[in-house]
Design a protein around this ligand. Structure first.
Ligand SMILES: *[C@@H]1O[C@H](CO)[C@@H](O)[C@H](O)[C@H]1NC(C)=O
Ligand SMILES: *[C@@H]1O[C@H](CO)[C@@H](O)[C@H](O)[C@H]1NC(C)=O
Ligand SMILES: *[C@@H]1O[C@H](CO)[C@@H](O)[C@H](O)[C@H]1NC(C)=O
Ligand SMILES: *[C@@H]1O[C@H](CO)[C@@H](O)[C@H](O)[C@H]1NC(C)=O
Length: 265
């Protein structure tokens, strides 16, 4: 009994050492490129716009710097929801200096608004509902903001994103021929969770004639065979495979635009 416990603790510790959850290489100074950015809303068109769509709106003050993480999140969300027509959400922003009335109307008032609200206020407006829902978490990773959105908007759960779910059973057959761009991930890893919405968007922005397939594989579930074969230690690990062989490891920043450029280059 004791030995079994000791062994299982040891395995747990070793696992933590062996496997890590990694962000993209932020230190490489490389400008992020995004396909989309938030839609500008103003005192003139705010009310009208909100009649037609659900909106996630970031209210901000141009003189107050917003964290890179938050900017990254709203831009990635814009890539996901503002591109294409099959979404029931729009991502927008309102400059509270230029559009004071809209901000006052939404309860963002005070002499020193930044002291009260910080560098931004994020609110979700649902069509035909009077009260907006304010995002109150401190964390601004895309994963958390997306959870917030999904808690309040009824998205269909189906994942018909076009990303192929790979398993030990189908991996070999499917990837044997042709070009595959595959996300190897550990589901517990926050950086893998942050990548997921961007990854799901990818198939829909590639050229129609692209022969590259987009896949993903859960490396906790398929640790012992497929992920072992490709020696996956970090999550997410993004590999370019040709006929099942590793051709390249994607090391860049993780936006739809940069993935697309990489695939199509
Ligand atoms: C609202 O007006 C701004 C500034 O004119 C414009 O950039 C934006 O596209 C408009 N948004 C909508 C949803 O009409
Ligand atoms: C809007 O204008 C009022 C009056 O000038 C000011 O007190 C308030 O701080 C402003 N609100 C915002 C959100 O900028
Ligand atoms: C893979 O490619 C080989 C050689 O071109 C071909 O013979 C084989 O049928 C292909 N397999 C699949 C599953 O497409
Ligand atoms: C795919 O389509 C795009 C645009 O329609 C075109 O520019 C490109 O050359 C095509 N690529 C191939 C491999 O046919």
């Amino acid at each position: 009994m004791k030995t079994a416990l000791a062994v299982s603790i040891l395995i747990t510790i070793l696992n933590f050492k062996l496997y890590s959850c990694v962000t993209s290489h932020e230190s490489e100074v490389e400008e992020f490129k995004y396909i989309a950015s938030p839609i500008d809303l103003t005192d003139q068109n705010f009310t009208e716009a909100l009649k037609n769509d659900n909106y996630l709106v970031m209210f901000y003050w141009p003189k107050i710097e917003i964290s890179d993480e938050m900017l990254h999140t709203v831009n990635l969300l814009s890539e996901i929801y503002n591109v294409g027509s099959n979404t029931n959400l729009k991502i927008a922003s309102v400059d509270c200096e230029e559009n004071n009335q809209t901000c006052v109307d939404n309860g963002i008032v005070g002499k020193h608004v930044e002291d009260i609200f910080g560098s931004f206020v994020l609110k979700l407006f649902k069509i035909n509902e009077i009260n907006a829902i304010t995002y109150t978490e401190d964390d601004t990773y895309i994963h958390y903001v997306l959870e917030f959105i999904k808690d309040h908007l009824n998205f269909p759960e189906s994942d018909n994103s076009g990303v192929v779910e790979l398993t030990d059973q189908n991996f070999k057959d499917l990837t044997l021929n042709g070009s595959w761009f595959v996300d190897f991930y550990f589901p517990w890893c926050i950086h893998a969770k942050n990548l997921e919405p961007t990854w799901n968007k990818l198939p829909s922005v590639l050229e129609q004639n692209s022969s590259v397939r987009i896949g993903k594989i859960d490396c906790v579930e398929y640790q012992k065979t497929t992920c072992k074969k490709y020696m996956i230690r970090n999550s997410p690990t993004i590999l370019w495979l040709e006929n099942g062989n590793i051709i390249d490891r994607y090391q860049g920043q993780r936006s739809v635009k940069l993935f697309k450029d990489y695939i199509e280059s």
